[in-house]
Design a protein around this ligand. Sequence first.
Ligand code: BTN
Length: 286
Amino acid sequence: MNSSLFDLSHATAPPPDIAEALSATAARRGAFGSPLIYAPSLASTNDIASRLADAGAAEGTTVVADAQTAGRGRLGRTWFSPEGAGLYVSVVVRPYDAGGWKPRSVSADTPPLPAVLTLVAGVALAEAIREATGLAAEIKWPNDLMCGRRKLAGILAEASGQGPRLDYVVLGLGINVRAVSFPPEMAARATSIEGELGRHVDRGLVLAGALAHLATARARLRRGEIGAMLARWRELSPTAVGSPVEWRRAEGLCRGTTAGLDTDGALLVDAAGVVERVVAGEIIWR
Ligand code: BTN
C-alpha cells in the first residue's frame, strides 16, 4: 500500500480509548483493524478506504475518523458526522481473495456477495453494540441499526467490480454514539447509544467489537455458513415480519406488510395477498 498517494497528512495515532480497546481485542480481530488509519477529521472515510483499496490495501484495512466533512449515506444522502457525535469507520473487505469464498461455490439461491456482506455487517454491528453497551439494537432491512423507530447507526457498502470480478467492498459504518442535538429534519428519526442509555459508553469497545464481529463473519462466510448468519439477521430484525410498510417503485408508492427475508437477501412484503420482493431502496414504516 502506498499511502503517500493520498492526503493522509492529518492521520495521527488513535486516541487512547480506541487504542486500548483495539489492543485488548487484537486476537479476536485478526486482520480487521490492521492497519488502522485514524484522523480527527476526513471528508469521507469510505473515500479514503476505497482509494487505499484501489492501491492494493489488504482486507481488514480500516479508516476511522472523529468527524467527516462530506460523510455519505445510502441513496445519495449525506451522513451527519460532526466532531464529538459518533464513530465513522470504513473497512476494506476482499471477498474473493486467496482462500476466500469462490464464486463457483455459490448456489443459485445464494445472495450476491455484496448483499450478504451488507446483511452480515448489520449483524456484526448489532452484536457489537449489544455486547459493548447493553443496548438491544435491532436491524431494519437491510442494515439500519435501530432503537425502536429511531436510527442509531447506518452502513454504506460500496463495491468495486461485480460478480466474479468483484475486487473489494468498503463497508462504511456510521454510529451515533453521543447524545447530541440532531438537525431538526433528523430529530424525530435519529437517536444515539448514549441518548438511549442515559450514560457514557466506551466508543472504543463499540469499534473494536464491530471489527471483531466482522472478522468472525468473514471467517464464517469462508466456511459457507450463510444460512446460519441470515438466521441471526432474522432474529435481530423482528420488524422484517408483520410490520406495515411503504416503499417506492417506478410505478409509485406501494403498501404492504413485511413477510420476512428471502434467501437472496431481498425483503418480502405482502401487498394485498401478493408477495412482492424489495431488493433495493428504503422501507418506510407506516
Ligand atoms: C446510511 O445511509 O444508513 C449509511 C450511512 C453510512 C455512513 C458511514 S460513516 C463512515 C462511512 N463514510 C461515509 O461517508 N459513509 C459511511
